[in-house]
Design a protein around this ligand. Structure first.
Ligand SMILES: NC(=O)c1ccc[n+]([C@@H]2O[C@H](COP(=O)([O-])OP(=O)(O)OC[C@H]3O[C@@H](n4cnc5c(N)ncnc54)[C@H](O)[C@@H]3O)[C@@H](O)[C@H]2O)c1
Length: 458
């Protein structure tokens, strides 16, 4: 099936189901993206490849787009990180721009220029400001338009997760990053959490043996958030009116992908996906909303529980789960099975053959002293005001550090595309009663020779 046909079917699959919704279903049209029959090979554009080294920079001038809940967390982090300079801020809500500007001034920086003339004002920011990086934490449907505008204007791009919601948009990111020679990074904070990074350290030291299987999930009761009158309540619920699959695959899958060297020795090859009935949001609606609340007219199609199985080119297996609609404590699963043992998240446990008591789990806390990742040990990071705790700060720190050192970013555009493509591919598989969907090779063969992410030091 051609890429265009794929996209048309996807949009059609959702479109008919959104009727009667009080929140408009997000448009998945990727009109900014022309179909590209053959993408340029790296090197042919005369630009540095996404994973290549570049000139070091003394400072990173940043334009931030979308300073809501998560965006403001990044802004606060960036104001603490040496080399980062918040130069411009954009949001459709003027008061949020103001709040970010005030934070910068309170930290002794020049007031960043504000942009709040509507939903496409980021285009003006990208065109007018002298920036090195545009970073977005907007609702999902805006990530790709912001990043494409950034790269077309000669800026590196970083985004919150998922980077893109369609396979077409994944290709658009790849094409733009290659054409303009810019970094395009999906900021997957869970790759930097302590247990996940220790797991990577164990894998790199060979303690788990050959990695065979992973389990990953995003299991988070977001019913209250989705029906809130602010923040994500203004946009996230709309996705559930038209799309049934795994809408948020990257938190669990990112760290597993790193341990399996996805795009760097292996790659996702195909996925099958199934969804349970859709009940949680309907129940919430009936039990919490007034009889005349227009949100009662919304109809949801997102199955409460979505489960997928991914196979990699090297034959490994991954179980991928998503549930944001039912009562349950938070979990990202995080299980990694190797030939010499396994680790398992939530609760964090380890079993290593020859080290752990036979057939018994050990608490992972006992492993940190010996196997903590160097990023979690680094004194200079510990000495900074890390604001919102470890992982969000670390991911921002690493992004700025890679840019100032001129090193490749930890995750690049191929990772952003492969991980994010699971959104549309899971939706398509669910619509076909679990038929396998092939995952595009966004690296176009280079996954075989790209080097794995090493255990980096700050
Ligand atoms: N990594 C994580 O742990 C994590 C946690 C929360 C949210 N997120 C991600 O961060 C992103 C934002 O989520 P949030 O919780 O901060 O939502 P939010 O609604 O609190 O913030 C979104 C902000 O974007 C602004 N905005 C909307 N459209 C815009 C446009 N066209 N141009 C400029 N600004 C625009 C909104 O006014 C709002 O301030 C999402 O992609 C979400 O998935 C990630």
């Amino acid at each position: 099936m051609t890429r265009d046909a794929t996209r048309r079917d996807f949009i059609r699959a959702g479109a008919g189901l959104a009727l009667g919704a009080a929140l408009p279903m997000p448009a998945l049209s990727t009109s900014h993206h022309r179909a590209v029959p053959s993408l340029p090979k790296t090197g042919e554009t005369g630009q540095p490849a996404p994973g290549a080294h570049r000139e070091p920079m003394e400072r990173v001038r940043i334009g931030f787009v979308g300073v809501g809940g998560q965006g403001m967390t990044h802004v606060e982090n960036l104001l603490e990180i040496p080399g980062a300079e918040l130069t411009a801020v954009c949001d459709i809500v003027e008061g949020k721009v103001r709040a970010a500007q005030e934070k910068a001034v309170a930290k002794g920086f020049r007031e960043p220029t504000g942009y709040s003339r509507g939903p496409r004002d980021f285009e003006r920011l990208c065109a007018e400001e002298e920036l090195d990086l545009v970073f977005t934490a907007t609702p999902w449907e805006w990530h790709v338009p912001v990043m494409l505008a950034a790269m077309a204007n000669g800026k590196h791009a970083a985004t919150e997760v998922p980077a893109a919601m369609t396979v077409d948009d994944c290709w658009a990111m790849v094409e733009s990053a290659e054409k303009h020679g810019k970094h395009c990074v999906m900021m997957e904070n869970c790759c930097y959490d302590r247990f996940e990074l220790m797991t990577l350290n164990l894998v790199r030291q060979g303690l788990l043996g050959e990695i065979l299987h992973g389990e990953a999930g995003y299991l988070h009761d977001l019913r209250g958030v989705k029906f809130s009158r602010e923040g994500e309540g203004l946009w996230r619920r709309a996705w559930a009116t038209g799309h049934n699959g795994n809408l948020y695959p990257t938190h669990g899958l990112g760290p597993i992908a790193n341990c399996m060297d996805i795009n760097r020795g292996d790659r996702f090859e195909r996925i099958v996906s199934f969804s349970s009935p859709s009940r949680g949001l309907q129940l919430w609606q009936a039990e919490h909303l007034d009889a005349d609340d227009p949100r009662r007219r919304e109809r949801y199609v997102l199955g409460d529980v979505n489960v997928g199985l991914i196979q990699t080119a090297r034959g490994r297996t991954i179980y991928l789960a998503h549930n944001t609609n039912n009562p349950r404590p938070y979990s990202r699963l995080q299980l990694l099975q190797g030939t010499r043992g396994l680790v398992s998240g939530w609760p964090y446990r380890v079993h290593l053959e020859g080290r752990s008591p036979e057939h018994q789990w050990e608490d992972a806390a006992g492993y940190y002293e010996e196997f903590d990742h160097p990023l979690w040990r680094a004194k200079r990071i510990q000495e900074m005001d890390r604001g919102h705790g470890g992982m969000d700060f670390l991911e921002d720190f690493r992004l700025i550090e890679c840019l100032t050192r001129g090193e490749p970013t930890d995750m690049d555009v191929y990772d952003a595309a492969a991980l994010s493509s699971m959104v549309e591919l899971s939706i398509r598989s669910v619509a076909k009663k679990g038929r396998p969907e092939e995952v595009p090779d966004f690296t176009r063969g280079r996954w075989r020779s790209r080097a794995p992410w090493p255990v980096v030091e700050a």
